[in-house]
Design a protein around this ligand. Structure first.
Ligand code: CP
Ligand code: NVA
Length: 311
């Protein structure tokens, strides 16, 4: 017997399933152009299903996009912060997973610790979706790749440049590189380098990933320049990070080194004047609002995959 379809890290999924999810997202988005945001898709693949969402950290996009997503698929949601739950008073992750398995059809978790999401999934009889951990943010990258392909066509063979902290979002780009066939240039300071295990696994699987200390080298000729906050939720060393990452700010001069039609990506929330200048994020190359909207469309396809409707 096979277990539930968990969506925890992109590298654990089959390449064909990842492609099917992205294609389903594109089709679903096109099919509802001009509709109100609460209207249910014609096939309603989540009819009769409930998604529970648990948040150990703050969220705007993940929270509202998953809520919109499950409703557009014809399902319902239940949302709680971990501190509202008995989880916040010491009930175990395993027991929480066993209980929710009897009450809902899927669980999305945003957690401090990646290991906690894996533990939850190991004791959960329904699909578990990673809504961001300290290690990865797979839903964000599916939305970003949907956005790239909407604007520029297939991402395979293109070069994406990550400039800044080699953090959880960067790791999910590393996880996606093999399946989607893009080259990833990463520029990060040595103290905030991308995860070595992620890099080794991806390279072994055939990914083209270049790591450098030099933001200009990473951006040179790239089809997209991507960054994220210098201080992620849970990071304590704010002053050290700001100092080490200042040379990695994405500004107009850096964008000018990329391809002429390069796009700028940021998962948000953004800090204008730190990791990106206002001129870039609010400028014509920026697709950050499309990225945010596409969280809904990408996650609908992730949910459809978890429920066995695609792939
Ligand atoms: N990008 C993203 O995940 O945003 P939230 O933290 O607002 O969910
Ligand atoms: N790297 C950021 C992403 C927020 C969506 C964080 O983990 O806080």
């Amino acid at each position: 017997m096979t277990g539930p379809r968990h969506f925890i890290d992109l590298w654990r999924l089959q390449n064909a399933d990842l492609r099917a999810i992205l294609d389903d997202a594109r089709r679903r988005k096109a099919a509802r152009a001009g509709w109100t945001r609460g209207r249910v898709d014609a096939d309603a693949p989540a009819a009769g299903r409930t998604l529970a969402m648990i948040f150990q950290k703050n969220s705007t996009r993940t929270r509202f996009s998953f809520d919109a997503a499950i409703r557009q698929l014809g399902g319902a949601s239940a949302i709680a912060t971990a501190s509202d739950m008995q989880l916040g008073r010491g009930e175990t992750i395993e027991d929480t997973a066993r209980v929710l398995s009897r009450m809902v059809d899927a669980v999305m978790i945003r957690a401090n610790s990646h290991a906690d999401v894996e533990l939850f999934a190991a004791h959960c009889d329904v699909p578990v979706i990673n809504g961001l951990t300290d290690k990865s943010h797979p839903c964000q990258i599916m939305a970003d790749l949907l956005t790239y392909e909407e604007h520029r066509g297939p991402v395979a063979g293109r070069t994406l440049a990550w400039v800044g902290d080699g953090n959880n979002v960067c790791s999910s780009f590393i996880h996606a590189a093999t399946a989607f066939g893009f080259t990833l240039n990463i520029a990060a300071p040595a103290a905030y380098a991308p995860d070595a295990e992620d890099l080794a696994r991806a390279r072994k699987a055939g990914a083209h990933i270049n790591v450098t200390l030099d933001p200009r080298a990473a951006a040179h000729g790239a089809d997209a320049v991507i960054t994220d906050t210098w201080v992620s939720m849970g990071d304590k060393d704010e002053a050290e990070r700001m100092a080490a990452l200042t040379p990695y700010r994405v500004d107009a001069a850096l964008m000018a080194l990329a391809a002429k039609d390069a796009l700028f990506f940021h998962d948000l929330p953004a800090h204008r004047g730190d990791e990106v200048t206002a001129e870039v994020i609010d400028g014509p190359q920026s697709v950050v609002w499309d990225e945010a909207e596409n969280r809904i469309h990408a996650q609908k396809a992730v949910l459809a995959w978890c429920f066995g409707a695609i792939g």
